[in-house]
Design a protein around this ligand. Structure first.
Ligand code: G3I
Length: 320
């Protein structure tokens, strides 16, 4: 069995992967992406972000996002939709606009309502707000926070819920997979949304990890429990585990252990619904473009051969 088959047999909803539109011209890539034995869920890595979907105000462009939604549907895969409100990949009309509290709120609500309505019934979940926290757990000084204040977060969730009452609504961030100020900040965001009477269904743990510095299985499981105790589910939403290149047998063995521990933490947590890797092959990973000299972060190598990490995940899921 493959990763998704094994995950579903253990009661998870899916094992999935991110993908992106430029890769869809690569037919051998698409064949593996569409293999539901390994992947029961897709996330668009870029094409549902604000700069793609609403490049100028109130002009919406769904071609790229729809291509991935349509592929997932054709394959019978769930879709995690990503994302609605973020500080990054904003078009300049948003990031460099002149805003008041009222005008920015109106633009944010218009975006959320239009996008969530467009994808109504097609997403398992939406990442409604992405990366709203600094490392110390305080609010990131984004245009959203500095113009609207922390209320932009519950208002975004309430707006999404009004447009599609059935889709799961997530807060998604990185470095919230282990205990500390940022994880406490994420718990406080859940409580803030709930205190407004708005709906939040889940916390997404991105899990962009480093080989040899990945938090332990027990540390990850206890942090997940900190969220599920607030009445929300969790998911690992963007897992990858990078190393300083070149990759060696020792690094690949440690990476296998790190992937295994992370997937095992989700499996051991009631309320952890699934794991998504942030693309499956090193060929299309975001890591080398962002961290110079680092890479080899995915379970398949650049030639689409399975790495030890693949076996680590499969074994953690109880598969063979
Ligand atoms: O589309 C342009 C293309 O026209 C241009 O030629 C090329 C030259 O650099 O850039 C292309 O845009 C790039 C875009 O990905 C699409 O490939 C951007 O430069 C690049 O910065 C962007 O990176 C994305 C990154 O988010 C931006 O923050 C990654 O692909 C994407 O995987 C990554 O995903 C994020 C999640 O959304 C949130 N969590 C962290 C995660 C990893 O950074």
């Amino acid at each position: 069995a493959g990763l998704n088959t094994a995950a579903v047999a253990k009661g998870q909803l899916y094992f999935g992967t991110a993908t992106d539109n430029p890769e869809l011209t690569d037919t051998s890539y698409v064949t593996q992406l569409s293999n539901t034995d390994d992947f029961g869920q897709l996330t668009p890595g870029n094409s549902q972000k604000w700069d793609t979907i609403e490049p100028s105000q109130n002009t919406f462009s769904y071609t790229k996002g729809d291509a991935i939604a349509n592929l997932a549907e054709a394959n019978g895969q769930k879709l995690r939709c990503h994302n609605l409100v973020w500080h990054s990949q904003l078009p300049s009309w948003v990031s460099s606009g002149t805003w008041t509290n009222a005008t920015l709120l109106a633009a944010m609500k218009n975006h959320i309502t239009n996008v969530v309505t467009h994808y109504k019934g097609r997403c398992y979940a939406w990442d409604v707000v992405n990366e709203a926290l600094n490392e110390d757990g305080s609010y990131r000084e984004s245009i959203w926070y500095t113009t609207i204040g922390p209320a932009y977060i519950p208002i975004a969730f309430a707006t999404a819920a009004a447009a599609d009452p059935d889709v799961k609504l997530y807060y998604n961030d990185y470095n919230i997979e282990y205990s500390g100020s940022k994880a406490t900040g994420a718990q406080n965001i859940v409580k803030l949304i709930q205190s407004y009477g708005a709906k939040i269904d889940g916390v997404g743990l991105q899990a962009h990890f480093i080989v040899g510095s990945t938090p332990s299985q027990s540390a990850q499981a206890s942090t997940m429990a900190g969220y599920t105790n607030l009445g929300v589910e969790v998911a690992i939403t963007e897992l990858d585990i990078r190393m300083t290149l070149p990759s060696t047998d020792a690094l690949l063995a440690q990476q296998k252990t790190d992937y295994s521990n992370t997937v095992a933490a989700c499996l051991a947590t009631k309320g952890c619904v699934g794991v998504t890797i942030w693309d499956w092959t090193d060929k299309y990973s975001w890591v080398p473009n962002t961290f110079s000299g680092q890479g080899a972060a995915c379970p398949w190598d650049e030639n689409y051969a399975k790495k030890p990490a693949y076996t680590g995940i499969l074994t953690a899921l109880g598969g063979t």
